[in-house]
Design a protein around this ligand. Structure first.
Ligand SMILES: [Zn+2]
Length: 463
């Protein structure tokens, strides 16, 4: 007995470092880094580009320009953060999140690291080197803007990321300033290598963001699928670091504006013409507004149109993971939904939301000593209701905005509308207050997802 107990103590003591080492093993196996010293010349062969991860992980130094050229200091820091033991400069939170995201496909990812400082014109052989559709390229010497892509189905590799030394150097880059914010962007791009994305039928790819081909975080864009695709990438990114400018709760509290691009050619019957849909729903325009756009107070925007903004899906998916303190729920939901997400004509949020709800129903709270079942399946719906402005008020509304009915074989969510919704709304101090912790956090305790108190040990301590 004594020997067994001693062994348990030892195992318990090393559990966390073991888990952290496992995350690093996944990263070392699945991320293949290529360093491109001159993106203006023909892409070298893979063997010449591949970065020696094992030496970095061991704390050694490389002899290539990636390590010796001071321009690449930010890229070096990223590699150390991903590969090194947290006790020796690794970023444990980044490693955990990245390993979780890689778990969606379980496949390898090519990460192209570009030495993109100085004014250069990328060679036509460059892969996944984006220069940003907005003013970023011109303002930043044609530096690489972080982007990612999926491969056609392949047994070993899922996709590729392009990211540059300029983005990771000090200073604001497209609104991302701190190291944490820039690493959040790396997580965001990694998610794009894992999730299938289909544009809606009838919408050209270069019109998904509107005619200006760019978008901002407060914008409602023509492609709801694209808004969702960005949302799921942000949700995992927020699990590493939640960037302040993505806070939508504050926008609800101040009844601030969301906007759409003002498109004179956009008209009538098209579901992609959001300004017509908003005026058809008698939503008043707000002034002043930024040039070439139309602004609308967030609380006025109908629930089916607000889902064209990426912050709504970003925050609600993040908040579900946050309330359960569990990334696997969304990882597994995406895995189960991947075929439907890759099917042309589907609204890709719908299958993920359904699978997430099923996963939350099956969740057992490990810190609840009584073992009572949770009512976790109500949390995704509560988060959707909260972040759409408390407008998901019936099962019919839910069916309409998701574009599907909620059958008996799916998780039964009727009780959300008959009782839990009133509980959630009862936590508001008034009808114009949104507070994630006070409302969603309290509901999480009510649903037994979280325990209100620290669990008590039930095993007697013996030597
Ligand atoms: Zn993105």
């Amino acid at each position: 007995m004594k020997r067994l107990l001693l062994m348990l103590v030892v195992l318990g003591g090393i559990l966390t470092p073991n888990a952290e080492a496992a995350y690093r093993d996944i990263i070392q196996e699945k991320l293949v880094f290529y360093y491109v010293d001159n993106p203006g010349a023909t892409l070298p062969s893979p063997t010449l580009m591949e970065v020696d991860k094992r030496t970095i992980a061991r704390g050694g130094n490389l002899t290539t320009p990636l390590w010796t050229n001071a321009d690449n200091a930010g890229l070096k820091d990223l590699l150390k953060a991903l590969l090194k033991d947290p006790a020796r400069g690794g970023d444990a939170n980044l490693q955990r999140t990245v390993a979780n995201v890689i778990g969606i496909s379980g496949k390898k990812v090519h990460v192209y690291l570009y030495h993109d400082t100085g004014n250069l014109t990328k060679d036509t052989s460059m892969l996944v080197y984006c220069t940003n559709s907005g003013a970023y390229g011109a303002a930043n010497s044609n530096a690489s803007w972080p982007c990612a892509s999926m491969y056609e189905p392949h047994p070993v590799f899922t996709g590729l990321i392009g990211i540059g030394a300029h983005f990771f150097s000090s200073g604001s880059r497209g609104g991302y300033s701190t190291t944490s914010e820039k690493r959040m962007v790396f997580v965001h791009e990694l998610v794009h290598t894992q999730t299938a994305y289909q544009i809606e039928n009838g919408l050209a790819d270069d019109k998904k963001y509107g005619t200006d081909e760019s978008h901002s975080v407060r914008e409602m864009i023509p492609s709801k699928n694209s808004a969702f695709n960005e949302g799921i990438a942000n949700a995992f990114g927020f699990r590493y670091h939640r960037v302040n400018s993505f806070n939508i709760t504050g926008v609800f509290n101040s009844n601030g504006n969301l906007w759409v691009e003002d498109d004179a050619a956009c008209s009538s019957a098209s579901t992609f013409c959001l300004q017509d849909r908003l005026s058809g729903a008698s939503v008043a325009e707000q002034t002043p507004c930024l040039a070439n756009h139309k602004c609308y107070a967030i609380r006025d925007v109908p629930v089916d149109i607000i889902l064209h903004n990426e912050l709504i899906t970003s925050n609600l998916l993040y908040q579900v993971m946050n309330q359960f303190d569990n990334n696997a729920l969304l990882v597994e939901a995406v895995q189960r939904a991947s075929t439907e997400m890759g099917t042309v004509g589907n609204y890709t949020f719908m299958p993920v939301f359904k699978e997430l709800t099923k996963g939350c129903k099956a969740y057992i709270n490990p810190s609840n000593p009584t073992g009572a079942k949770t009512k976790g399946m109500y949390m995704p719906l509560a988060a959707l209701d909260f972040y759409t402005g408390y407008k998901v008020n019936s099962k019919a509304t839910l069916a309409r905005i998701l574009g599907t009915t909620w059958g008996a074989t799916d998780t039964n969510i009727d009780a959300y509308f008959s009782s839990h919704r009133a509980t959630l709304m009862g936590y508001r101090t008034n009808a114009t207050t949104w507070d994630e912790a006070a409302q969603l956090g309290r509901l999480a305790t009510h649903l037994n997802i979280r325990t209100a108190t620290t669990p008590t040990a039930t095993i007697a301590t013996e030597d």
